[in-house]
Design a protein around this ligand. Structure first.
Ligand code: ADP
Ligand code: MG
Ligand code: ZN
Length: 607
């Protein structure tokens, strides 16, 4: 649009310049007085006229004793004929020098044509510019059959390399091999090895799949075509397959290169499983990908990397050898890896001396690389909002909660009564968590509402855990029900504040029975097959693979677990009523209790 305006302005200036030039050339510097033809005749009879210059119908008259004059003759007749009608004396006329000039040549033509041409040219330019800017907007629409794969090139400082990827060591090693293949294919071909065609990166969102793929391209220093699975089927129906073809053609032409298909589950879901019309389109696209991957010979130097967080829904045909035969699994980072990732994302940010990356890493279990990046960014924003020059540990800690629970809702003001309920509710959670043996220590209790939660009790594990035991789940159930139980015990009734706790608890109890095999009555079996409906991409239908009888037993077991947990919560709260009161009062006055303040009231946690 900016360009377009510039063009218009230039066109306008050119127009102005031409017009003024034209005007100057048309009007001489002196302006002779115009006289009538009869006066010309009179002047000739008086022998005043020296010379008459005829240009078309214009007469330029030079006089002997006066300034030049101009006049017009009749259009059709010649000068002498015109003058005859004015009683001119022929011998006097003979004395006048008459010069007839054909108006011709470039100047003449320009003079006649320019006035018509300029607006015309102007309009043509205008239309051209308009159409061009419209075209640019529609460019993607015009090229709908072509893939919109972008060649990714980042130069200079922004180049992403393996140094920007922390942790995920195994994945990096696997991909380093790919880089070697691309850099030095001969080494492998000589030994009869086949270069892999496809690498599938699998892992939860934010674990660095896209990041890794970019790093590979930069390390190998080859062209990198990046496209997202959903882009194949964007905008127009029926173009996915041709886009795939186009993409692979482009890739083959610029081999060695990498084709990166992000979020491949958008097109690579199991065929024949979809509902509605659009799955046909997807299937064709997928078929085309499969065909293309079979179609090009190994060792052409085209390597396809794709990423997904839903490997379970991918079509088996994609995963068979010869296609995505290498699968690299990325996990959420552990403490050490989190530490490294935090270090990477604190590059170039000023921190005050109290920052302990180790403590931050310990405090962020379950965070993905993307979460950690977000955390460090939030910390910087928070420090800026607090008008600080450096980011402190406190800024980082406060940001953790923001990332987990959403921003504080300072605007929603609770009434005194609501505040009291929230305080006892959270105190219940916290006290139960404190006195149970298999729970994580309480880090913070708060009744400042955040996101959807009216208050929260933050518990964090002391170390990384990969497996969890039944005892931990049972204690967790108790903690979940503690809010509800406390409200009931203190106020004699419950509020809707406990709703999400109850939902969580029920879900957990059901999982214990149907997924983890932790119910003694039902034994080590799983019940129910999760079926997901493709068009929503969520588990919404559960296929029952058990009888009515078992269903009843499951419900009974879930009820039993919940009942037991409630009893236990009541017991703990009954025993520690004084401490609960103290915690609740502290919360009412301070709103937030940090670990140290909390432990001053309840003592150190015994584990
Ligand atoms: P996804 O796996 O969902 O594709 P991304 O690769 O897009 O995740 O990661 C998002 C961002 O998170 C990256 O741009 C990067 O800044 C950060 N990140 C994720 N994992 C790591 C990691 N292992 N090391 C450093 N940064 C990471
Ligand atoms: Mg991604
Ligand atoms: Zn609660």
């Amino acid at each position: 649009m900016k360009n377009f305006l510039k063009n218009i302005i230039i066109a306008f200036l050119v127009f102005l310049a031409l017009a003024s030039f034209f005007a100057m050339w048309q009007t001489p510097i002196y302006r002779p007085e115009e006289i009538s033809l009869s006066e010309v005749a009179k002047l000739i009879n008086q022998e005043e006229v020296k010379k008459i210059q005829v240009e078309g119908n214009d007469l330029k008259i030079e006089l002997k004793n006066d300034k030049p004059k101009k006049a017009k003759k009749e259009a059709e007749s010649s000068l002498s004929e015109s003058l005859k009608n004015y009683n001119i004396q022929p011998e006097k006329l003979a004395k006048v020098e008459i010069k007839i000039e054909e108006k011709s040549g470039l100047a003449y033509w320009l003079g006649n044509i320019l006035p018509f041409l300029i607006p015309f040219v102007f309009i043509v330019i205008f239309i051209y510019l308009m159409s061009r800017s419209v075209q640019r907007q529609n460019l993607r629409a015009m090229m709908f059959g072509q893939s919109s794969a972008r060649k990714y090139e980042a130069k200079g400082k922004k180049r992403i390399t393996f140094r920007d990827v922390a942790g995920i060591r195994e994945a990096k090693e696997e991909l380093w091999e790919v880089v070697e293949f691309l850099k030095n294919p001969k080494k492998f071909i000589q030994l009869g090895a086949q270069i892999p065609k496809g690498v599938l990166l699998v892992g939860p969102p934010g674990t660095g799949k896209t990041l890794l793929a970019k790093a590979v391209a930069n390390e190998a220093d080859v062209p990198f075509f990046s496209i997202s699975g959903s882009e194949f089927v964007e905008m127009f129906v029926g173009v996915g397959a041709s886009r795939v073809r186009d993409l692979f053609n482009k890739a083959k032409r610029s081999a060695p290169c990498i084709v990166f298909i992000d979020e491949i589950d958008a097109v690579g879901r199991q065929r024949g499983a979809g509902l509605g019309g659009s799955h046909d389109e997807r299937e064709q696209t997928l078929n085309q990908i499969l065909t293309e991957m079979d179609g090009f010979e190994p060792n052409t130097g085209v390597i396809i990397i794709s990423a997904t967080n839903r490997p379970d829904v991918l079509d088996p045909a994609l995963l068979r050898p010869g296609r995505f035969d290498r699968r690299i699994v990325l996990y959420l980072p552990d403490v050490k890896e989190r530490e490294e990732i935090i270090k990477i994302h604190s590059r170039g940010k000023p921190f005050s001396v109290d920052l302990s990356v180790k403590r931050l890493a310990l405090r962020t279990p379950g965070f993905s690389g993307a979460d950690l990046k977000n955390l460090m960014n939030e910390a910087a924003i928070l420090a800026a909002r607090r008008n600080k020059k450096k980011i402190s540990m406190q800024d980082c800690l406060d940001s953790i909660e923001k990332v987990i629970l959403g921003p504080e809702r300072k605007s929603s003001v609770m009434s005194e009564e609501e505040k009291k309920i929230a305080a006892y509710h959270e105190a219940g959670h916290a006290v139960c968590a404190h006195f149970l043996p298999h729970t994580d220590p309480v880090q913070k209790v708060s009744i400042v509402s955040r996101g959807f939660a009216a208050g929260y009790t933050l518990k964090l594990p002391e170390r990384e855990r990969h497996f969890r035991a039944k005892a931990e789940f049972l204690d967790e159930l108790v903690v979940l029900l503690a809010g509800y139980t406390t409200e009931e015990k203190i106020f004699g009734e419950v509020t809707t504040g406990a709703t999400s706790d109850l939902r969580e608890a029920t879900k957990l109890a059901r999982k214990l029975v149907t997924e983890y095999g932790m119910s003694e009555k039902l034994g080590p079996m799983t019940f129910g097959q999760k079926e997901e409906l493709i068009f929503l991409g969520r588990e919404i239908a559960e296929q029952r693979d058990y009888s009515e009888e078992i269903a009843k037993k499951i419900d009974e077991e879930v009820q039993y677990f919940i009942g037991e947990a409630r009893k236990k919560a009541e017991e703990i709260i009954g025993k520690n009523k004084e401490k609960l009161e103290k915690v609740a009062r502290a919360l009412l006055s301070d709103e937030v209790l940090e670990k140290e303040d909390f432990e001053k009231i309840v003592g150190k946690k015994i584990t």
